[in-house]
Design a protein around this ligand. Structure first.
Ligand SMILES: C[S@@+](CC[C@H](N)C(=O)[O-])C[C@H]1O[C@@H](n2cnc3c(N)ncnc32)[C@H](O)[C@@H]1O
Length: 237
């Protein structure tokens, strides 16, 4: 048994802070299972299922639970996304540390996540815009979004549930509700620079579709600049 206190990184800590007291949790893609183990140690959960697509990460998760003596309180399950979970087993679904398109695919394969009985805590490592687009066109609403910097990299954390929502192009790429987030300005600038680099790359090729793609990216940059102006106004900078 490990006597040292389990410390979460800033990214996982923000997710943990958003898990409601007494939740029945499923952590999809749990890997080391730090999140469910920490929450169980803090007495925050009624039950927890930690699942992963691969047996290696799941074994790592089991080891963490054993080290902290909560292995009897967490169910470990080998499954793809939410395929091995029934809707009644969890009221809070965490999917963190994978690409936005992967998170969207996991939710698309589990339509019960729009039944109004589930809170989704999502943390895309990349392609957050694809996840926001999926959510806003498939019966979810983003209720909360916050940025966190972890070891020098900034990540959005999203809380979503059943609902309807229309997001502008600027919100898809710049965050659904980050107007008052102190890190919002930096996030928007990072998105604009990323798109600028992509446009510069497209300008160097003579592929026929490159010019059209570059125009689309310029439109997105224009929308992001508007969102950035709104953020600056709201934050007095
Ligand atoms: C980078 S780790 C993230 C671990 C932890 N969730 C976190 O945020 O720190 C990504 C994990 O997701 C798992 N994974 C990827 N796609 C998955 C899927 N479709 N279903 C379940 N697990 C998946 C991988 O095997 C890996 O263990």
């Amino acid at each position: 048994m490990n006597r040292r206190k389990l410390e979460l990184t800033a990214r996982l800590q923000l997710l943990a802070d958003w898990v409601p007291q007494g939740a029945t949790l499923v952590d999809v893609g749990t890997d080391h299972a730090y999140l469910p183990v920490w929450l169980m140690l803090e007495g925050r959960l009624c039950s927890a299922i930690a699942c992963d697509l691969r047996s290696g990460p799941l074994s790592r998760g089991r080891r963490t639970a054993e080290q902290y003596n909560v292995d009897g309180q967490i169910t470990f399950r080998l499954c793809n996304g939410l395929a091995g979970i029934s809707p009644q087993e969890a009221d809070t679904v965490v999917i963190a540390g994978m690409g936005g398109e992967n998170i969207a695919a996991i939710l698309a394969a589990a339509p019960w996540t729009t039944d109004g009985h589930h809170t989704l805590l999502l943390q895309p490592q990349s392609r957050a815009e694809e996840l926001r687009a999926f959510l806003s066109t498939n019966g979810y609403t983003i209720f909360r979004e916050q940025l966190v910097v972890d070891r020098g990299t900034m990540y959005p954390v999203i809380e979503a549930a059943a609902g309807t929502q229309t997001l502008s192009l600027g919100q898809l790429y710049g965050g659904a509700c980050l107007t008052h987030d102190p890190l919002g300005g930096r996030y928007l600038v990072e998105q604009i620079l990323r798109l600028q680099a992509a446009v510069a790359g497209l300008n160097r090729t003579d592929r026929p579709e490159a010019a059209k793609k570059a125009d689309q990216l310029r439109d997105i940059m224009g929308s992001l600049l508007e969102v950035w102006e709104e953020w600056r106004y709201a934050n007095g900078t």
